[in-house]
Design a protein around this ligand. Structure first.
Ligand SMILES: [Zn+2]
Length: 121
């Protein structure tokens, strides 16, 4: 069967298949980006904890506990709230669990460094 024998319908199916596989490739490419976001957040937390070694909530109550988690003060519902260091607090594990109630964190897209919001000193 030559090319001429290939019906219009077959060609359409062929292109649809082609688009589907291109779509799949697109999805595979976007996956590492998600990991990059999580990685950026973990890195930011590690940097923040180097500068903020004690649990913020325990300190308020007159205790000193080493912090090992970072939580947001206001819900990080926007990119700015998420990455604004003024909205972060260092917490010990028990305080972190109590304050976040074990809710999973949705990491927002990092803000470019020149926006001067994500600056860990
Ligand atoms: Zn604490």
């Amino acid at each position: 069967m030559g090319y001429a024998g290939m019906g219009k319908k077959n060609r359409a199916a062929h292109w649809q298949e082609h688009e589907q596989s291109a779509d799949k490739a697109e999805k595979a490419r976007s996956k590492p980006l998600k990991d990059d976001k999580a990685k950026a957040w973990r890195k930011a937390c590690a940097d923040y904890l180097l500068a903020n070694r004690y649990c913020y909530d325990c300190t308020k109550r007159g205790y000193t506990s080493p912090a090992d988690q970072v939580a947001h003060i206001d819900q990080p519902i926007s990119q700015v709230k998420f990455w604004n260091i003024d909205n972060w607090q260092a917490l010990c594990e028990p305080c972190f669990q109590r304050i976040t109630e074990g809710k999973p964190l949705t990491v927002q897209e990092p803000i470019p460094k020149d926006a001067k919001l994500y600056t860990v000193k």
